[in-house]
Design a protein around this ligand. Structure first.
Ligand SMILES: Nc1ncnc2c1ncn2[C@@H]1O[C@H](COP(=O)(O)OP(=O)(O)OP(=O)(O)O)[C@@H](O)[C@H]1O
Length: 371
């Protein structure tokens, strides 16, 4: 079992508070990813779960048992670090067995667990090698193996792939997802990487300034961010945003005016807004529509086109908007620098945020997901 409950968790270093009011239940077998800007407290929270940092406030329970004061080695929790620090003079097998030897586990049992972990991580052929004779990806797999042999109820990963190159990251990401499927263990994973978060997580916990900004399934955070901050953090390229004026706020839809003078009926509940308020309109790079089918258009000229092969990211300069708007286009789209277009907008596809950065709840369903 591995059900983890955090209630009112807070952390201060020398009287300086870095996180507070963390309430979160992670179910047995769940894959949860902590993301958030640098310094928001992701690693510290993970280290508190591991027992490597004291908990200043609140209660932490694993399967109903309070673990606040239980030392790391006695928690049924295993952690994989970013720097995998293998013992250079030991073979792969010895590295993996080391923790179990210290815990005086029976020799036959150690052998069984090392072999089993090696099979799962495709390390069987490498068991006699020394770390210096392994690639970065293989070393990281040994580091995971070292944790795997302990058979913990909860696995913690602190940016385990950040030292690997792009291709290896993809490879390891798939292996970690496969491992989770096979083990069905609870996993908590800290990353900066959008794609890792979106692809691995059952649920994402987005932290901001030491507090939980939003918790939910990846697509729920993507399509229904509760704040502008969450909308800007989830998704790559970053969501386009610009200021609009509220014309007619309503419960099912809210009409706003753009710089171009056009109005747009956004499918959000904006009843707490006032006519004349400024608000921030958000739309993702793939959410522009053809000008002919649009409710509103913006005149734009092409600044830069980033051709990625499978897609092209067009960065448009629009009068009255300081930053370029980014549009995701098919990789075969022909574009010329300086080209002028009318960018089409449809209110169904837009987000609206009030002056405090809170999202007006969307009144649409996207990909079968709703607010
Ligand atoms: N031992 C410590 N003493 C004092 N302050 C600390 C200590 N460890 C972390 N901090 C501070 O706590 C805050 C959160 O740090 P933490 O490493 O948890 O953030 P993070 O979200 O993991 O950041 P990153 O993504 O950059 O790794 C930071 O402001 C950091 O400077």
């Amino acid at each position: 079992m591995g059900r983890l409950t955090l209630s009112g968790i807070g952390k201060s270093f020398d009287g300086v508070e870095i996180s507070r009011d963390i309430d979160l239940t992670i179910e047995d077998g769940e894959f949860v990813v902590f993301v958030g800007p640098s310094g928001c407290g992701k690693s510290t929270l993970l280290r508190m779960i591991a027992g490597l940092e004291d908990i200043t406030e609140g209660d932490m329970q694993l399967d109903g048992q309070r673990i606040n004061e239980i030392p790391p080695q006695e928690r049924d929790i295993g952690m994989v670090f970013q720097s995998y620090a293998l013992y250079p003079h030991m073979s792969v097998a010895e590295n993996m067995a080391f923790g179990l030897k210290l815990a005086r586990t029976d020799k036959a049992e150690i052998r069984r667990r090392v072999q089993h972990a090696a099979e799962m991580l495709h390390l069987t052929e490498l068991l006699e090698r020394k770390p210096k004779d392994l690639s970065g990806g293989q070393r990281q797999r040994v580091a995971i193996g070292r944790t795997l042999v302990k058979e913990p109820a909860v696995f913690l990963f602190d940016e385990p792939l950040s030292n690997l190159d792009a291709a290896l990251r993809v490879d390891m990401r798939v292996q970690i997802a496969a491992l989770h499927k096979r083990l069905n263990a609870t996993m908590i994973y800290v990353t900066h990487d959008q794609v890792e978060a979106m692809t691995l997580a059952d649920r994402i916990v987005l932290l901001s300034r030491g507090r939980i900004a939003q918790v939910g399934a990846p697509l729920s955070l993507y399509h229904f961010p509760k704040t502008l901050e969450v909308a800007e953090f989830i998704g790559s390229p970053r969501i386009n945003t610009f200021t609009v004026t509220v014309v007619d706020p309503g419960e099912r839809q809210t009409v706003v005016r753009l710089h171009s003078g056009d109005t747009l009926t956004v499918a959000v509940n904006g009843k707490h807004l006032q006519s004349g308020d400024s608000a921030t309109l958000g739309l993702r790079a793939e959410d522009f529509v053809a000008a002919e089918q649009a409710e509103a258009t913006l005149n734009a000229s092409l600044m830069v086109a980033e051709k990625l092969g499978y897609e092209t990211l067009a960065h448009w300069q629009v009068v009255g908007i300081d930053v370029p708007l980014t549009q995701r286009l098919d990789g075969l789209t022909r574009l010329e620098e300086g080209q002028n277009v009318r960018l089409g907008l449809a209110g169904q596809h837009c987000h609206l945020f009030d002056q405090h950065g809170n999202a007006c709840p969307r009144q649409v369903e996207v990909d079968g997901v709703s607010q």
